[in-house]
Design a protein around this ligand. Structure first.
Ligand SMILES: [Zn+2]
Length: 459
């Protein structure tokens, strides 16, 4: 369990004030936007806004307003519509170059990584606008950003909008105001390249064993997978992103499902004339997964924009995209292997593995928004064909639904066959899971507890 980090009101004000610094981070000018430079810039200049899931529409509006005010004309902003519940959908743009690029994030309300990344990128651009590679971005590109397309979904932390529509299946019927706003913007701008920014399920693996931390797709616009100059540009851009991201997470970049989905926005925007790069942020191990994903998005997007502005993208080999391992679903957040699984229903323990998956959840407690990682037993039995972010060898241990036990504690259970746990350890169970080491007949030591939830942050 990570210690709970509560952003107090003064701290939140400080975070907002960071935006009021117009320029000059004090650091030397940046000469290139390579991966080490981008990660250094991100660590120095990012907003420190907590987990992306805590970014509400109201906070986003504050952040964007502050950026525009202090940008001294660098950023321009306009509403391009309102959500079903009347929240503004904002389009921000900067640069004056001939090549238009459009990036949109959070079409699915509970997929917030790229929204935080875009805000961090805007801040980096504002602070380093006089540095040569940023100047080149501003001179050669016009960069359009829709940081939160589905604010009602974001407010509820759900995929769909307030109509219950998956906006990404509404590109043809256009029944959602959010979908109409995106299409109208695309049609007006006719950008040369689009970036469709999402999060994917944490079950997603790159091939059979590695986590698909970033998945890429040069989106198809027909069943025949026809190649055009635009799709080639999208593939080359994916190749640039792969090369950049793999320096940070080797083997953890995958290719997203290439099948044409005739109702989806990426597919139709490509068809309408703007080739689209899909970036999906997926599973990554460790306590700092959420911020690591933001960092990887900043690296992916800034490297891609820099390569577009410099013309470097034309030299990228599309085979570096084509040869990516394909997305599959072979991964769990944790697998407890070779345990004696205690169903806790009077059924005798048996040897097997417990597979645990997880999602990002948001709840409001006492008026404050809290982000957490919620774990659930997804499967049990023989899990040898799956891999895990956290692979736990529990040979010789008993796995049981915990009754609030702590590691190191001694528990006494006279007879497993008669043991009834507070809830069954079964598929779908949401419970802390204790791993018990037998010490003497009927006596066990708790060696580890896998919690049912982990706090990521609170506002
Ligand atoms: Zn999505």
């Amino acid at each position: 369990m990570v210690p709970r980090r509560r952003l107090s009101i003064p701290a939140a004000c400080l975070a907002a004030l960071c935006l009021l610094v117009p320029r000059a981070s004090g650091a030397a000018q940046v000469g290139t936007l390579d991966v080490p430079t981008i990660t250094r810039l991100w660590r120095a200049e990012r907003l420190h806004d907590g987990p992306p899931a805590l970014m509400t529409h109201a906070r986003l509006v504050e952040r964007l307003d502050a950026l525009v005010k202090e940008g001294g004309g660098l950023f321009r902003i306009e509403p391009i519509g309102r959500s079903v519940e009347g929240r503004s959908i904002t389009h921000l743009w900067f640069g004056s170059g001939p090549t238009g690029v459009l990036l949109w994030s959070q079409m699915h309300g509970n997929e917030a990584t790229a929204t935080s990344a875009l805000l961090d990128i805007l801040r980096i651009v504002a602070l380093h606008r006089d540095d040569p590679p940023v100047r080149r971005l501003l001179e050669r590109l016009t960069i359009h950003v829709v940081p939160m397309l589905n604010p009602d979904g974001a407010e509820r932390w759900q995929r769909r909008n307030a109509q219950g529509i998956d906006i990404n299946r509404d590109a043809l019927l256009l029944q959602s105001p959010e979908g109409r706003a995106l299409k109208a913007l695309r049609d007006r701008l006719q950008p040369a390249l689009g970036f469709n920014l999402h999060n994917e399920n944490w079950r997603t693996s790159a091939g059979k064993t590695r986590p698909a931390t970033i998945s890429l797709l040069a989106v198809a616009f027909d069943d025949a997978d026809t190649e055009t100059p635009g799709r080639l540009l999208a593939k080359r851009t994916c190749a640039v992103i792969r090369q950049a991201v793999e320096t940070l997470v080797p083997g953890q970049v995958a290719r997203y499902d290439e099948d044409f989905e005739e109702r989806a926005f990426g597919d139709n925007i490509t068809k309408w004339g703007t080739p689209v790069v899909l970036i999906e942020s997926g599973p990554v191990a460790g306590e700092h997964a959420d911020s690591e994903l933001v960092e990887l998005n900043v690296v992916a997007i800034l490297r891609a924009l820099d390569a577009l502005a410099s013309g470097q993208v034309e030299a990228a080999d599309p085979r570096a995209y084509a040869s990516l391992p394909i997305n599959t679903s072979k991964l769990y957040t944790a697998i407890v292997r070779h345990a004696s699984i205690v169903p806790g229903t009077g059924v005798a323990p048996f040897l097997g593995d417990l597979a645990i998956d997880s999602t990002r959840a948001v709840r409001t407690a006492g008026g404050a928004r809290e982000a957490l990682q919620a774990f659930r037993v997804a499967d049990l039995g023989d899990m040898r064909v799956f891999s895990a972010l956290d692979d736990v060898d529990a040979a010789g241990l008993f796995a049981v639904a915990s009754r609030g036990w702590k590691p190191g504690e001694t528990v006494e259970i006279a007879d497993w066959a008669a043991f009834r746990s507070w809830r069954p350890l079964e598929v779908g169970a949401v419970t802390d899971i204790a791993l018990l080491r037998p010490d003497a007949p009927g006596r066990y030591t708790v060696v580890r507890v896998i919690p049912a939830q982990r706090m990521l942050g609170a506002e």
